[in-house]
Design a protein. Structure first.
Length: 59
């Protein structure tokens, strides 16, 4: 897996996670925008670490 593939995977999965967290928070009366942004930032960090560990293990 190259670096650009890893970045693409992390961003796409983070976007999906952020949309889901924003929609779920919107159901309970919170703003979609706030939870979308915080969910995206948090999932980018977590998924980035996981992908880095996997890439180091495979190489």
């Amino acid at each position: 897996m190259t670096g650009s593939e890893a970045i693409t995977i992390v961003l796409v999965l983070s976007l999906i996670t952020a949309i889901i967290s924003g929609k779920l928070a919107g159901r309970y009366g919170y703003t979609f925008k706030y939870y979308f942004v915080t969910g995206f930032i948090a999932s980018c960090g977590i998924l980035g670490v996981i992908v880095k560990i996997i890439m180091d293990y495979l190489n």
